[in-house]
Design a binder for this molecule. Sequence first.
Ligand code: 5GP
Ligand code: ZN
Length: 144
Amino acid sequence: MTQPCVFCAIVKGEAPASVVYRDDMVLAFMDIRPANPGHVLVVPLEHADGVLDISDEAVLARMFSVGRQVAAALTDSGVRLEGFNLFLANGTVAGQTVFHVHLHVLPRFSGDGLGFTRNANARMPPQSDLDETAERIRHAGGWE
Ligand code: 5GP
Ligand code: ZN
């Protein structure tokens, strides 16, 4: 970490945030610029730049578990919500702007204008290409 981290400041209570939930591993609070009303961020208490920097798998599991519980609470809260995204941007090219890893819990409703753009007409590569890529990932992961 080269410069002060705003999410660490929030965790320490040194910067303001509208807190939803806190336990011994994670903090959930309202996004300051919500993409839709009810947009919540779940962050580990311990700083990690990105998801690959989280050293404790239990923290990662807790982030997702709490993200799901927040989504359930949002569903019961009266916030406009027909569905939700749980997403995490890792790296600048993926849209990460705050380099303290965070899971977005984002309420969605039809016509909200948000979207993760994918090419609906993306070609289906030959099975052999998929097999080859799967083999590379298995090799890198040590799952052979
Ligand atoms: P990213 O683009 O890194 O996935 O998401 C960063 C999120 O953090 C954005 O949605 C942005 O609005 C939110 N954010 C940035 N600074 C602050 C802050 O100081 N307080 C809060 N609550 N949210 C912030
Ligand atoms: Zn931090």
